[in-house]
Design a protein around this ligand. Structure first.
Ligand SMILES: [Zn+2]
Length: 133
């Protein structure tokens, strides 16, 4: 049984059991059903909270060198025509505050100098956090 089928069954079972317990305990079937639905949704809520905590601990992109731009503020640049044909070309980002450009390849985030040279900036550690290169 895969998760797409198991989760609706889990949700219905929790709601039904909650309604039965609520009715048997005298609190009412609707109150029990509501509690059962909250119990059924708790894994999704906990996974969402874990995802937010992980995003703070290990952001997708490191902060800019200027320190005024975080991972969600970078602008994605269109790839150069030659890069698009190569396939698997690094993604380019630009800081909206200081106008620095960066290249992202899996595990690396390098600055592009104004002359077009790649200057190592950050790389992923073993646990996926960013560390100066
Ligand atoms: Zn910047």
């Amino acid at each position: 049984m895969n998760l797409e089928r198991a989760y609706p069954a889990w949700f219905a079972t929790c709601a039904l059991v909650g309604a039965l317990i609520g009715k048997a305990m005298g609190h009412g079937a609707i109150e029990g059903l509501t509690t059962g639905m909250l119990v059924a949704a708790s894994p999704i809520i906990l996974l969402g909270l874990a995802h937010v905590a992980l995003a703070f601990w290990r952001p997708v992109l490191p902060p800019c060198r200027c320190g005024r731009c975080n991972h969600s503020q970078y602008g994605l640049e269109a790839p150069a025509p030659g890069d698009a044909a190569a396939g698997g070309a690094p993604l380019r980002f630009r800081c909206p505050r200081c106008d620095r450009s960066y290249e992202f390849t899996p595990g690396r985030f390098d600055e592009l100098s104004s002359a077009g040279h790649v200057v190592p900036y950050m790389r992923h550690t073993k646990w996926g956090r960013w560390k100066p290169a």
